[in-house]
Design a protein around this ligand. Sequence first.
Ligand SMILES: Cc1ncc(COP(=O)(O)O)c(C=O)c1O
Length: 481
Amino acid sequence: MAASSSLQGSPSNASRHQFVGATCSSYSDIFRSVSFSSHLPDFSLKSLENTKPIQTQRITAVVRPVSCYKQMEVDISLSPRVNSVKPSKTVAITDQARSLLEAGVPVIGLAVGEPDFDTPAVIAEAGINAIREGYTRYTPNAGTLELRKAICHKLKEENGISYTPDQILVSNGAKQSVLQAMVAICSPGDEVIIPAPYWVSYPEIARLADATPVILSTNISENFLLDPELLESKITDKSRVLILCSPSNPTGSVYPRKLLEKIAQIVARHPRLLVLCDEIYEHIIYAPATHTSFASLPGMWERTLTVNGFSKAFAMTGWRLGYLAAPKHFTTACGKIQSQLTSGASSISQKAGVAALGMGYAGGEAVSTMVKAFKERRDYLIESFGELDGVKMSEPQGAFYLFLDFSSYYGMEVEGFGMIKDSESLCRYLLEKAQVALVPGDAFGDDRCVRISYATSLSTLRAAMDKIKKALISLRPAVPV
Ligand SMILES: Cc1ncc(COP(=O)(O)O)c(C=O)c1O
């Protein structure tokens, strides 16, 4: 049996020597016996005192394949780049909830950022037809001309921005589009300005691009929207990118046009500053809120990289399809990276993407039906949380998340559980006591809050609310609000 071991590669355990015990039946098993996981404890590792470090900041594993070879040294250190990146808490909490479910605990998962609807039939059919018709080969790196033309048409009609197909780069999901854009435009030492609460990946992607995230706090009383004066005060010579996400994950806030115009005036005074606008939730928006594309504002087209995708509005998370729209020198640079990473997105998904954009303005009937359901759930949750003492909220105008301030519950001691001291312990408490999985706000840069995804049925939300209320009512807010 090959013992699979795990090792945490954080800087704090750099320079350590680790022992990875393994037995093997073949030479290749030796290598397979070393594995990594940030979730598992390193229960099978022992330090090996008499092994010298190969180099400082390196971790040497000594693999002992018991049956066939003598001990051998392997340098298993990870790059500082990887060590600087935090694993996603959304994924961690989802994994924890899944383990509980597997153990028979009826956990209600409200952590995941994924629509609960099926991909609309017309899109799925286009994907199936693509396979049937043998449309299964590599596509151009930047995406098929058919899809890029359809995206240009959409951006013109719905967003009022003009692009040509060579200014569009189709990728395997919007996350890849964000990563490539940041890697293409950031140099070491550059600063990336990120309003908090933020989507968990922005700071980590900035770090992967060798840049420094500069986090700007916002307030729940101002709907978590960026204060232009604060932005202005934080811009330096090193500021390279401002990231805007509207509608926002995790807050559901939508930037009104007037505020975007103020931000644009500030940005315009700084030639080095580019803006990356993540518009992936643009169609999931609740009237009277409306979506404004930053690139459509006067003077902003040249310096804006617009990211969008199919995952959220079209319930296509598994199809992995997103895109970047930007001046050609940026899309070409990102395309160069993509050509060495993944090449073009799935041919099947691209056919499905064309069908999605053919469904009508803003996704037509199928998308508006989903948005209607999201709104109904949002309204239910707002009303229901409104009945709970000590919870502060700002009504989301889009996306499918509620970002609630539960900080008045912090500082409470719970018998048999311990202290609820922050968003993480509150989420652990709710997972244990209410069996509801939520994501701690500190993952999004605001420890006062907790994120609830309402991309699940109203009946599930009702069941979750009953349990959350019971768990919270047994506590009394420390600070009355
Ligand atoms: C704000 C935001 N941007 C981008 C993405 C990534 O989307 P995709 O599935 O297209 O990679 C997500 C997914 O959660 C998101 O919430």
